[in-house]
Design a protein around this ligand. Structure first.
Ligand code: NAP
Ligand code: MG
Length: 405
């Protein structure tokens, strides 16, 4: 075995829960530690530890990403009532992803991992469609009210000196109904726009953005305007030189056109659009386990993760001693994404090179027919196809990786 490749700066490693925690350990022990000299700043965000530390560990992990710049995160349980009982929790702790996003402020980019033998459900899609989801405001930070009966609902804005600057009627209700107030800020939209232009430029793909500004002439129109301003001010020249396009159209037109492209673009989505569309795009590319996710902060911090959850059902099987066939692709790509970024920032091309080889080894394993249950179901039929267990899949990738080093 040759010398280990040295990774210069410590990587912030954020451990998680259930089946992904089980796979995380395997990936580290089999695909990373044997090849890399890694310094890890380890944060255990397993639910037990979050409860023990009153969730301080989550804040510490976010602070560590701010210190070192790059982190990688395993999936974690967002507790609900059932989990409080299951883990005997002190309280219903908040979503760790929410806490980390709030601390780093950013945009979540998702991209499918493509393999030749799993054709996308949409025939024309040949290259990845990346999604950039604005992670602040709109319906996720709303104020809503169940209107009990006839009455008037108004939208009122009072400035900081208490002066009323705006009052508009939402609806004169004749009977019961519902109302909702949502907001966003120029600062957040602007950092969303910057993150999208940067990501598309780095990936060398065009940027598409859609809103409903024909109907929402103030709210959605402001998103459109801020993107337009950012483009004109900071990107137009660069995009032209790189032969890249910034394309704005109505959100419904965007959806219709996306179905007919070959992919190979970044789709910037408002918060709700991104929530819904990333799941549609992810499942159309084959499996939730084939979707990577990275949080890009406007301050230059990066957090890589898989976009799926802790795969609870598989974990319960695993606890009963049964074998599972859980797919570790997205977790592996969270690590390779993190290593590539670390290598790029540290100027250590050998680290980037290693990460790329690991990605290729993983993709070629699936393309050779060795895959987990989720993929067997959607892969093109082939006599070489063989369903393997969780650990066997990782072992097969290691064998392929060894051939490349
Ligand atoms: P999930 O973990 O994404 O799993 C949902 C289903 O998708 C699984 O039951 C499985 O389907 C399939 N699946 C997902 N990942 C897979 C993989 N790697 N390999 C094979 N199949 C995979 O969602 P969930 O079960 O609804 O949520 C479980 C926990 O995860 C929850 O406590 C939630 O809070 C948390 N969560 C965390 C994150 C995060 O940290 N980023 C994101 C989402 C959810 P089959 O059962 O049909 O095989
Ligand atoms: Mg969603």
């Amino acid at each position: 075995m040759q010398n280990k490749i040295s990774v210069k700066t410590p990587i912030v490693e954020i451990d998680g829960d259930e089946m992904t925690r089980v796979m995380w350990k395997m990936v580290k022990e089999k695909l990373l530690i044997p090849y890399l000299d890694l310094k890890l700043e380890y944060y255990d965000l397993g639910l037990k530890k979050r409860d023990e530390t009153d969730d301080k560990i989550t804040i510490d992990a976010a602070e560590a990403i701010k210190k070192y710049g790059v982190g990688v995160k395993c999936a974690t349980i967002t507790p609900n009532k059932d989990r409080i009982k299951e883990y005997n929790l002190k309280q219903e702790w908040k979503s760790p992803n929410g806490t980390i996003r709030a601390a780093l402020d950013g945009t979540v980019f998702r991209a499918p991992i493509l393999v030749k033998n799993v054709p996308p459900a949409v025939k024309s899609w040949k290259r990845p469609i990346h999604i950039g989801r604005h992670a602040y405001g709109d319906v996720y930070k709303n104020c809503e009210y169940r209107v009990p009966d006839a009455g008037k609902a108004e939208l009122v804005y009072t400035d900081k000196d208490g002066k009323e600057l705006f009052r508009g009627t939402i609806q004169d209700f004749k009977g019961p109904g519902v109302i909702q107030g949502i907001h966003n800020t120029d600062k957040s939209i602007s950092s969303f726009a910057k993150a999208c232009f940067t990501y598309a430029y780095d990936m060398k793909v065009p940027l598409w953005f859609g809103t409903k500004d024909t109907i929402s002439k103030t709210y959605d129109a402001e998103f459109r305007k801020i993107f337009e301003d950012e483009y004109k001010k900071n990107w137009e020249q660069k995009y032209k030189e790189a032969n890249l396009e910034y394309f704005f159209t109505l959100i419904d037109d965007t959806v219709a056109r996306i179905m007919k492209t070959e992919g190979g673009l970044l789709w910037a989505c408002k918060n709700y659009d991104g929530d819904v569309m990333s799941d549609m795009v992810g499942s159309a590319y084959g499996s939730l386990a084939m979707m990577t996710s990275v949080l890009v902060s406007p301050n230059g911090f990066y957090e890589f993760e898989a976009s799926h959850g802790t795969v609870q059902k598989h974990y319960y099987k695993h606890l009963k001693g049964e074998k599972t066939s859980t797919n570790s692709m997205a977790l592996i790509f969270a690590w390779t994404g993190c290593l590539k970024k670390r290598g790029e920032l540290d100027k250590t091309p050998e680290v980037v090179e290693f990460a790329k080889k690991l990605e290729t080894a993983a993709i070629e394993t699936v393309e050779s027919g060795i895959m987990t249950a989720d993929l067997i179901k959607v892969a093109e039929p082939n006599p070489n196809n063989r369903q393997v267990y969780t650990e066997e899949f990782i072992d097969a990738i290691r064998k392929n990786l060894d051939k490349k080093l």
